[in-house]
Ligand binder design. Sequence first.
Ligand SMILES: *[C@@H]1O[C@H](CO)[C@@H](O)[C@H](O)[C@H]1NC(C)=O
Ligand SMILES: *[C@@H]1O[C@H](CO)[C@@H](O)[C@H](O)[C@H]1NC(C)=O
Length: 582
Amino acid sequence: MHFKLWYLIFIIFFTNTNFIVKINAEGKNNGFIQRKLGLYISDRPKNILVGSVIGGGSHLNPMLEICKILEDRGYKVTLAAPGNFTAKSTLYHSIPQIITGERRDTYKLPGYNKAFFNKYTFKNLVDSRKDTNERYIKTFNNYLQAYKETYADLLFCDYSANDACFDLAWKLKKPVVGFASTTVYFTPPHPFISDPMMNCNVNMEHESFYNRFICALVQPLRISWYFRKNLEYLNSKRAEVGVNKHDDFRGRITNTLFLIDTFFGFEISSAWNPIHQEIGPILPDTYPGLSPDLELFLSTHPRTMYIALGTYVYTTTNNYVILLQSALELINHNILDGVIWATVKFNESELPSTFTLSTGDVIPTSNLLDNLYPHIHITKFAPQFAILSHENTKVFLSHGGIGSSHESMYTATPMLVLPIAFDQPGNAERLELSGMALKLSKLDLKIDDIESKVIKLMNEKRFKMNAKRMQTLAKFNSKRKYRGADLIEIVMNLAEQEGVRNENNELEVDNDVLLRHWITPDSRMGLIRGKYLDVFGAAVIIGITLIGGFGYGSYKIIRFAFKRWFSKGKDARENSSKHKNE
Ligand SMILES: *[C@@H]1O[C@H](CO)[C@@H](O)[C@H](O)[C@H]1NC(C)=O
Ligand SMILES: *[C@@H]1O[C@H](CO)[C@@H](O)[C@H](O)[C@H]1NC(C)=O
């Protein structure tokens, strides 16, 4: 009753907008003053230095998207990364780049063939870090040089293999913000989350005790053990440039603010450390449109599958042949009528000269490659977002890179995921768990399997429904790149307030205390107090004592009562027999 009355008053008051407008127009009676929205920004231009060792293309775009927002807000941003990227980029050419060497092609990196062609495990990850650790000093000096050219007030560091960037900030006492696109290395606080890289699942909810034990305890210990030599080596290199050693192989993740390009729904939900903030999915506001020939192809092929395995990874020629053969069979069986294949990485001279379909038709490979076969369009580069946005694109066969996954969710395109390495196997599991995707195995790729999965994705409504659910989450969360920029501004302003100027008039901060408001008290309380093991341990002991005491007491009482009853019964029987005798 009460509630209804208040509700009525509320409705009458707030739906009567005329009434409110009238008060505001008079401006006398309400006593309201506009809250100042201007945020604190000092007159000094603030310089931000962005550091990445991987560089170019899909990897850097989300970080640079945040940088563009900061530029619009009056900050000066400079990128230090290998390759000549921003000058050639349409979206990010406003950001000047200090080129720190050539971008390394994955084909030429040691160990990548092994990692891409076999099962990808944490050992591949550790081994690939050897290579970056060997170049630590060079990278560190590149960043130092870039700092001297920009006098940056804040470093914004890409997380991947980039210890030098974080270390430089610590050494120079500059505020630093990290950026990561995956949670793989941030998982240890939540034992129910793991990764295929560790031979575990991203969600351990339904796993046996044995698997949970292995994945929560044994595998993390194995990783640290496997990393130890790398870490020793890295610490020796750190010593050479005057950086204190750091004993967490994951880097400075516990006391650095990290922006993470992901969102719950895609990510397994769990309580995060406040110093790790999810701000994804980050997508640019504009995207390149379809070329006339793609526009024509898509509009004339209402059931198109789009294939793109990314610009960075590759798979075996045998797998490429299976994918091409599957595409042809799917078209031949009239399940699809079009296939667009972009970012092709296969070596054309290693493909067979013809493809023979199950119906006996023979298609010369050269016809496919020259786009003479009317149902398949092969191209090196493609406007991916425009293709995914087209209503005739029904399925996306992808390697499951984070950027492609975000775009597919944003456009509600069901996916068939063929993960190759890095975070991709984990992404494939996350996408499958979301109900909008099915996954394939690069080690056991089969035409029948691909065909039956494409049929499922096209015919079962649940995939599209779940994709739409992910679309809602992705669309609303994609506004959070502005939050990412806000967080960087917060750190800069705190540094301005709390920093101390040194003899060169440079602002220095204590990174260990600058972000204390985001660091949870348990990190200072030690393992036992922090996890409340003392309290819960005591509770268990008290519980056991009480249950034990109660059990023992009950036992005594029952024994006593039983004895009494037994002896009473005996007396009674004796009495009754006496009576009978009488
Ligand atoms: C980078 O690319 C731009 C645009 O193509 C070009 O003008 C510039 O000379 C290049 N810089 C280097 C160092 O190659
Ligand atoms: C393509 O394959 C042929 C034959 O195996 C080989 O000779 C050639 O070097 C390869 N090309 C590339 C770019 O890898």
